[in-house]
Design a protein. Sequence first.
Length: 417
Amino acid sequence: MNVVVLGAGVVGTASAWYLRQAGHEVTVLERQPGAALETSFANGGQISVSHAQPWANPSALFKVLRSLGREDAPLLFRLRADPLQWRWCAQFVRECRPGRVAANLRRIVALADYSRRSLQSLRADSGIEYENLARGILHFYTDQAEFDRSCAAAAAMRELGCPRETIDADEVVRIEPALAGVRAKLVGGDFTASDESGDAYQFTSRLAAMGKAAGICFVHNMTVTRLLRGPGTISGVELIDGEGRHQVLHADAFIVALGSFSAALTAPLGIRLMIYPGKGYSATYPIVDPAAAPTVSLTDDGHKLVFSRLGSRLRVAGTCELNGYTRELNLVRCEAITRRVRALFPDACDYDAARYWTGLRPLTPSNLPYVGRTRYPNLFLNTGHGTLGWTMACGSGRALADIVAGRTPEVAFPFAR
Ligand SMILES: Cc1cc2nc3c(=O)[nH]c(=O)nc-3n(C[C@H](O)[C@H](O)[C@H](O)COP(=O)(O)OP(=O)(O)OC[C@H]3O[C@@H](n4cnc5c(N)ncnc54)[C@H](O)[C@@H]3O)c2cc1C
């Protein structure tokens, strides 16, 4: 079968890889000159099954209200005259009900766990390297109330088979000695040894190179403008190149993996995807003292920041701004990140050489991505992975290849049909 994948982020590239492995002729269309140059470029790096809790939960609304008006708040919400944003928010509130949260958590953990296993097999089979570290994820707390709440969250994750262990502050420092300087401020933590970290850009661009060698055709600098309807199916995709030349590409099947830009493409077909961009920031610092920088991937709960050691660099990411499609860097938010990292690891990095970046997480209200079929039998979705797209990319790509082939995926998940 001829399959066209729209988008070469980590999700589109992983989809293309597994589709090619299944024997299809695969073409990937991407507006950027390479793979993973938008949201998959400089994310937090965590392959995090242990912290797959959906953002929509009973305490989320209180946190949103508490952060209103604070420019440096981890969660920043700017109300716009945008019906999608309003509908998205209304659905988010519905997803905060306890019954919904429990069901969403179970499904996210199942897909994330399957995805981590898929990534591990891909790595073992191909030898792909991407500054990957399998040293676990350590979550540390400086606020007693947050730590107390986290014990219940960790217990809930253990019930789902995720070995997230609650630990005391001394154990936190034993696992990551670079935190010794702030030992007095720590109240505890939790640790999941099976979680991992790595550079999503390196992974995706290397997977794309491996895919090319295996016969996938990547077409770059090409913007998808429209999906064309045939009788009951999708007959083609309309494209425009950098010189303004239009063309149409026909294929047997089409996969939408355009991250935050997916909803605009499917809306004219009557497929309303509830995906809204959640702008996040990252800062990448050159490490000057390797012993003073963490090697275990960390989450600083109080500041909602994640840390991943990427070789000789430290990547720190977090914050979420619901404010449309702007990727503008807000210096107040950049400086808040660096202030915190410097306070934790004062001698580890050259903080004046920080590289700041923003990306648009394709957020769904439930945190569940759309993976599977649409009402058009040859149009498939793999999009809306929100905060966990790097974690879920391999599993969603592999499951999607099964669905395209008419097989039932190995993981229990509410796939779109
Ligand atoms: C600050 C931050 C930290 C994060 N940290 C983590 C983390 O630690 N762990 C984790 O699992 N996830 C994390 N994420 C989430 C993760 O990065 C995303 O979920 C993931 O990158 C989404 O991948 P994607 O392929 O769906 O989208 P993208 O990477 O955005 O890919 C979509 C592609 O489609 C292309 N495209 C869009 N429109 C068109 C068009 N019309 N024509 C042609 N091409 C088009 C884009 O150029 C892009 O390459 C983080 C995100 C952010 C912002």
